[in-house]
Design a protein around this ligand. Structure first.
Ligand code: PLP
Length: 349
């Protein structure tokens, strides 16, 4: 969406109409009609009453989670071990009781919930798509536990908004689980192609965060043109189901083709395509060679972002990567894999 004509036109239009910057914090002249419209659009996207824009999803996670201390005295936060740094930072700065459950391990989460005072307020923080392996959080099972133990649910849909669900509301929309999530977090900088982040939830919850989160109150708001661009992107993706289908198809074609070459692809059924190289030297070398010799940019992902021995290249094919680009990539990888004498799986059949 960062290249989409509707987004670019909206940004140009906003610059021409109101200039470059917002002029202040949200409470002091930095709220424009663009900010209000985008918040309404995002609330609608998640089937929530209200939404609150932050300057990034990092700030939204950090600002919201760290503010919960004031809103819910004695709250215990249960956080997935592989949650993003912004949630870790928010929980750390929250400073109250926290429990870390093993990644996607609902049995461990249940143990931790059951061990705590039933009367204590609780919140479970997790993601819908984890970006390093491309695996999905067990949203329904976590919501079941939240119901059983009276916990709030906090879902980071950063790697899913725009890309999953009938209108791009994320995996919770795809799986008809939006009504079971208390607070959503999303970014405007990935699928929506612009910049910024937000939380969405009940009107009361959003009002409370708005009133207490220093990162919301004391920072210049997003420039109107950025907000207008994001608004156009969200609106567009709400009705463009074809582009979402194409996105999934591209990822699935790439995975199939790489598997046919015997390359060790991790496949959890999402749009993220990690290929394990297994050591940092070769991972960096492959990434450099792909860029220098083939003009293809792919991120090398090394320790500590992923465990040692699972260093990888991570591909995120987009709807505009057509058969020509796909062919070039697959051929390049085939050649480089042989050049570096890396292992291949036994080819089935
Ligand atoms: N949450 C997750 C899971 C992320 O991967 C990221 C960024 O990569 C963020 C939050 C932060 O998003 P933003 O770039 O909008 O700050």
């Amino acid at each position: 969406m960062g290249q989409h004509p509707a987004v670019l036109a909206a940004m140009h239009g906003a610059i021409d109409a109101v200039g470059a910057g917002s002029g202040g914090t949200r409470n002091i002249s930095g709220t424009t009609v663009y900010h209000k419209e985008l918040e309404a659009e995002l609330a609608d996207l998640h089937g929530a009453e209200s939404a609150l824009l932050f300057t990034s999803a990092y700030n939204a996670n950090d600002g919201t989670l760290s503010t919960l201390r004031i809103l819910f005295p004695g709250l215990i936060i249960y956080s997935d071990a592989l949650n993003h740094a912004s949630m870790i930072e928010g929980v750390r700065r929250y400073g109250g009781e926290k429990r870390i459950f093993r990644h996607n391990d609902v049995a461990h989460l249940r143990e931790l919930l059951a061990a705590d005072d039933p009367a204590a307020p609780k919140l479970i923080a997790f993601e819908s798509v984890y970006s390093m392996d491309g695996d999905f959080g067990p949203i329904a099972q976590i919501c079941d536990l939240a119901d059983e133990f009276g916990a709030l649910t906090y879902l980071d849909e950063v790697h899913a908004v725009g890309m999953y669900g009938k209108r791009g509301g994320g995996v919770s929309e795809r799986d008809n689980l939006q009504h079971r999530i208390d607070i959503f977090n999303g970014t405007l900088g990935k699928a929506f192609g612009v910049h910024g982040g937000y939380v969405a939830g009940s009107a009361k919850m959003m009002d409370a965060v708005r009133s207490y989160a220093p990162g919301f109150i004391f920072s210049t708001s997003l420039p109107p043109a950025v907000v207008a661009g994001a608004l156009a992107a969200v609106r567009h993706l709400k009705q463009d189901e074809d582009i979402r289908a194409l996105h999934q198809e591209r990822a699935s074609v790439l995975k199939t083709r790489l598997k046919m070459l015997g390359l060790p692809v991790i496949d959890h059924g999402s749009h993220i395509v990690p290929v394990i190289v297994g050591d940092p030297k070769h991972t960096k070398m492959m990434s450099d060679m792909l860029l220098e010799q083939y003009g293809i940019y792919v991120q090398p992902i090394n320790f500590p972002t992923v465990p040692r021995g699972t260093e990888r290249l991570r591909f995120t094919p987009s709807p505009v990567h057509g058969p020509k680009e796909m062919d070039a990539l697959v051929r390049a990888l085939d050649a480089l894999w042989s050049h570096c004498a890396l292992n291949r799986a036994e080819l089935a059949g």
